[in-house]
Design a protein around this ligand. Structure first.
Ligand code: MV4
Length: 453
């Protein structure tokens, strides 16, 4: 087992990894930018190394600095967290080349899943259901128009190197196609340096349901149930829950086992998430994320499994500490992401936190790195914490969510807490009958009503 792990990340996920290391008796080193010198991660890690100035490209994305910090502190392994370099195959390769262990999947799997065309071709060949699509890149307007006529409008043009909502164009009717196709390629080239695009039938009212999977080097491959992440705004997840209110036990077992089989056949190592669109009782593969995700705590709350500890064990060559016959999904968990933003306009609200009180009590977890007097730096994303609640059922979890939101104190900056309380009272949420478009639609209506008032 590793003696020392370097954490190439910041904020709440850095603290989360420090927590797992401490419980496993592993020393932790955290790298930080000059702007994060006063962070709680720096305070709570066993060691810290300043790797550069505030801007991410000179610090948290600076591979030579991170590798030098690992060498200087004699770390055995590097955990990338999420975001930053967590899905950078070159980073994973360079870590291994420099004699450290990358706590994550094999570089070739990161690469395969990073290209949305090869990702889809790979999982389709291994048996996952996919959206009816072009089975590869579309090279010309004529080829695209032919595909669209075959599957019927609306269709979606997607950038192969895109993902997370970037580089997508919906085409509702034939006369719009040529311009949309040309724009999609131009934007893909500009944003990702790669103008490869592919096409899919556009699903108009899907949910976003993702399956947590885990593989180790001993042929074990399991799934840990699903997370429903449909409550999003501009491709930013705001609320995640497990299990999904839309799935039956049978559907969960079927899609979960299928996902586990696919990663077993791939020889996939580590944590991963397979994202599906779910519409009219059918699943369609969307993307595969080869990292631990922000929303991993909801899965931890219903399984009781420490996913970061499992990542570390698997990277050290050990077997998964859970076997698939003993996984029990218990109760219901909901996570809300708390951003330092105006809850109505979503404008960032950096600044100093003048008073902070963390919620607590039975079934309440608050994953955050803020503290009273902490100045939220303006250089990174605005998430200041995740409030996660667990109940024996969804109704109890929702009651607990509202109670925990009310007792959370973050003075000095605006946060999205009031928005989350409002969401928790909406009939579409309490009934579980929402899809990926619900939040944006209802926020538009709310803004219209406010303007009219
Ligand atoms: C889709 C889709 C509808 N039909 N693909 C958005 C980002 C990336 N995960 C893929 N996305 C979508 N792909 C087909 N064929 C709708 C979306 C989508 C979406 C998906 C999940 C969660 C939120 C979303 C918001 C807008 C669009």
């Amino acid at each position: 087992m590793f003696k020392k792990i370097l954490i190439a990340n910041r904020g709440e996920i850095a603290l989360r990894i420090i927590r797992a290391c401490r419980e496993m008796g592993i020393q932790s080193v955290v790298v930080h930018s000059t702007a994060d010198a006063t962070s709680m991660a720096v305070r709570l890690a066993d060691e810290s190394v300043c790797i550069g100035p505030a801007s991410s490209k000179d610090s948290y994305l600076n591979i030579p600095s991170i590798l030098s910090a690992a060498a200087l502190t004699n770390a055995d392994a590097i955990h990338p967290g999420y975001g930053f370099l967590s899905e950078n195959a070159q980073f994973a390769r360079m870590i291994e080349e420099h004699g450290f262990v990358f706590i994550g999947p094999k570089p070739e799997h990161i690469e395969t899943m990073g290209d949305k065309v090869t990702a889809k071709q790979t999982v389709k060949a291994l048996g996952l259901p996919v959206v009816p699509g072009s089975d590869g890149a579309i090279e010309s307007v004529a080829e695209g128009q032919k595909f669209a006529e075959e599957v019927g409008y609306p269709v979606l043009i997607k950038a192969a190197s895109g993902g997370g909502g970037k580089g997508m164009k919906v085409v509702k009717k034939p006369e719009e196609f040529e311009e949309a196709f040309k724009t999609a390629r131009t934007e893909a080239k500009a944003n990702f340096g790669d103008d490869t695009v592919y096409m899919e039938k556009y699903l108009t009212k899907p949910r976003h349901i993702e399956i947590q999977i885990f593989g180790d080097e001993h042929g074990n491959a399991i799934h840990l149930g699903e997370r429903d992440c449909s409550i999003q705004r501009r491709h930013q997840k705001l609320v995640e829950e497990a299990p999904s209110p839309a799935l039956s036990e049978e559907e969960r077992d079927a899609i979960g086992s299928l996902a586990a089989d696919v990663i077993r056949k791939m020889g996939y190592r580590g944590a991963g998430t397979i994202e599906f669109l779910y519409e009219d009782g059918k699943f369609y593969f969307m993307e595969m994320n080869t990292r631990i995700q922000v929303e991993h705590p909801v899965t931890e709350m219903i399984t009781g499994i420490d996913l970061i500890a499992e990542q570390i064990r698997v990277a050290a060559g050990e077997e998964l500490s859970v076997n698939k016959d003993r996984i029990r999904l218990r109760g219901h968990a909901i996570e809300v992401r708390i951003n330092a933003e105006d809850p109505d306009t979503f404008m960032p609200s950096p600044g100093k936190i003048t008073q902070f009180h963390s919620p607590g009590g039975l079934g309440v977890r608050f994953d955050s790195a803020i503290y009273g007097g902490y100045a939220i730096p303006p250089y990174y994303d605005s998430m200041v914490g995740k409030l996660i609640v667990h109940g024996r059922n969804r109704e109890e979890a929702i009651r607990r969510l509202r109670r925990a939101i009310v007792e959370t104190v973050v003075d000095g900056v605006k946060t999205t807490l009031p928005l989350h309380y409002w969401i928790s009272e909406q009939e579409a949420f309490t009934s579980g009958d929402y899809n990926i478009h619900w939040l944006e639609k209802v926020l538009e209506e709310k803004a219209e009503a406010a303007k009219a008032a």
